[in-house]
Every structure is written in structure tokens, then in C-alpha cells.
Design a protein. Structure first.
Length: 103
């Protein structure tokens, strides 16, 4: 099984969220459709700009905590190293994608 450490931002790029999931498509869908109350819903954070993949949940959680401890400048540099234009990395997460991802 794969695990993902990911970063989302809002449309202005001034808010970052870091999370861990075992299903990136489903989780981005949940953020985009505001299915879970919390930070990403409150601040409209739903644009996937960075992710890493690992095969171990403990490694993913450790990496998430590490990234969360970084300065904003360091996080921005990490995103830019993979995604210089901060483009959406998961352009379309529609109903059918979320359904097939949860199966």
C-alpha cells in the first residue's frame, strides 16, 4: 500500500496545509467538497501543489511532522522544487474519481 504526504494551498497561495493519506484522490476530493469540518474547509484550502509517496505509514507520519516543523520559506522552496509554478497537480477530482478511489 502507498501512503502520501501532501500539501494543499488556497487559490491565493497564502495558506498551506500538510496531511497524510493512503488515497490521495479521495482525500483531495474530500478537501475540495468540504466534506470534513476543520482547517481546510475554513480557509478554502483545496489545491494540491505537492506530494510524496512512501510505502510505510510510520515514515509518512514522521515526514508530515518534519514538514510541519519547517519555516514557511522552506516549505515554499520544497513545493517550488517539484512544482515551480504551483500548478494544480490533480486537475480534476470529480464524483467518478472519488467513487472509484473509495472502492
Amino acid at each position: 500500500m502507498s501512503y502520501y504526504v501532501y500539501m494543499l494551498t488556497n487559490q491565493h497561495g497564502n495558506v498551506l496545509y500538510i496531511g497524510v493519506t493512503n488515497n490521495l484522490v479521495r482525500r483531495v476530493y474530500e478537501h475540495r467538497h468540504h466534506l470534513v469540518d476543520g482547517f481546510t474547509k475554513r480557509y478554502h484550502v483545496d489545491k494540491l501543489v505537492y506530494y510524496e509517496t512512501t510505502g510505510d505509514i510510520a515514515t509518512a507520519i514522521t515526514r508530515e511532522k518534519q514538514l510541519k516543523s519547517w519555516t514557511r520559506a522552506r516549505k515554499d522552496a520544497l513545493v517550488a522544487s517539484m512544482n515551480p509554478q504551483w500548478e494544480e497537480l490533480l486537475p480534476e477530482v470529480g464524483d467518478s474519481s472519488a467513487q472509484s478511489a473509495s472502492e
